[in-house]
Ligand binder design. Structure first.
Ligand code: SAH
Length: 326
């Protein structure tokens, strides 16, 4: 028997070690090159805000195929050469297989297992669909108390818990499921504590509700289709919604200023997603141009990825608002 977060960590580590996850799902940087480009420009503006430090660490957590960072670096090289020469690329990645894919596109990058080993000093951190892959715990309201979900032979088993993290104060109905993403909160605290002392900013894009809400959001994709998350661990990608309210509170408690979350569509539109896409489309043959424009719409339209996905940023207290959050 295994607690759900241990099960999810083991299943995802096996999955990312053995599969090309991008056969099962498509992320924003894989949909349009403009996504990574405008995040690169976001980082360049933040670098100006924090006084153009040189050197500066540009870090991405969970870089997948390295597409976002490669697109970001290309755009930075075109419009912000001083930032391009000041930055050092650091990547947080646990999968050896994906590290190899990243190394092909990002020569000179330095890899880390977690945030702890990043060098001290000024930094800009980007992360897309990273938090949703981190292991969650789930608690279920039963009678007057709460149980926690464990996994045993492909089934959930519930064990009574004494009382955990304010669960006792909640007024959820019988059977409600409450999720807790402890690694995400630890990341918010660690990044928040750094920002209380060092210049920098962090940007996370991911999906989930703006406010904490009860609900079971654990999901699995196998061969691109929804699957039972408890079946055949290591053969499906397991994710859960991000609790942005809890995530922001943890960063604020550690001393950072937080901005958002705001819907991804609004954030990307403010950063010039459509203008940049139009400019690019004009230089392409008609068929490709239409594809680029549809890709931008897919990222931004509310009924596609524009509303469920959110952007949230952390910055130093007293720093100017980061682009897109004005
Ligand atoms: N950001 C990329 C990939 C998202 S998939 C994109 O948008 O396309 C999630 C990424 O996080 C993968 O690179 C995966 O290997 C990595 N990852 C998952 N759990 C991790 C962990 N605990 N520590 C570091 N990286 C992790």
């Amino acid at each position: 028997m295994e607690r759900l977060d241990a099960f999810m960590a083991r299943a995802n580590a096996a999955y990312y070690a053995a599969h090309d996850p991008f056969r099962d799902f498509t992320t924003s940087p894989e949909i349009s090159q403009v996504f990574g480009e405008i995040l690169g420009l976001w980082a360049a503006v933040v670098w100006e805000h924090i006084g153009r430090p040189d050197p500066v660490v540009l870090v991405e957590a969970g870089p997948g195929r390295g597409t976002l960072m490669a697109d970001a670096l290309r755009a930075i090289g075109q419009v912000a050469p001083a930032f391009a020469s000041a930055l050092r690329v650091h990547l947080i990645e646990t999968s050896a297989r994906l590290r190899a894919a990243q190394a092909e596109r990002l020569p000179g990058a330095i890899w880390h297992e977690g945030l702890e080993t990043l060098p001290l000093g000024p930094f800009v951190l980007l992360a897309n669909e990273f938090l949703d892959a981190l292991p969650i715990r789930q608690f279920v309201k039963r009678g007057d108390g709460w149980t926690e979900r464990f996994v045993h032979e492909g089934q959930f088993v519930e064990m009574a818990v004494e009382c955990c993290r304010g669960l006792g104060d909640r007024e959820d109905g019988a059977g409600s499921v409450v999720e807790l993403n402890e690694p995400a909160l630890a990341i918010a605290r660690a990044v928040g504590a750094r920002l209380a002392n060092q210049p920098g900013a962090a940007l996370f894009l991911d999906y989930g509700p703006e406010h904490s809400a009860a609900g079971d959001s654990l999901q699995a994709l196998r061969d691109g289709r929804p699957a039972n998350p408890l079946d055949a661990p290591g053969t499906a990608d397991l994710t859960a919604h991000v609790d942005f309210e809890a995530f922001a509170n943890a960063a604020r408690d550690a001393g950072a200023a937080t901005h958002g979350p705001i819907p991804q569509g609004i954030f990307l539109a403010r950063l010039g997603l459509f203008q940049r896409t139009d400019r690019l489309a004009r230089m392409r043959p008609v068929g490709q141009a239409a594809g680029l424009i549809d890709a931008a719409r897919r990222l931004a339209e509310p009924d596609r990825m524009g509303r469920l996905f959110k952007a949230i940023a952390f910055g130093g207290p007293g720093c100017p608002l980061p682009p897109g959050f004005e």
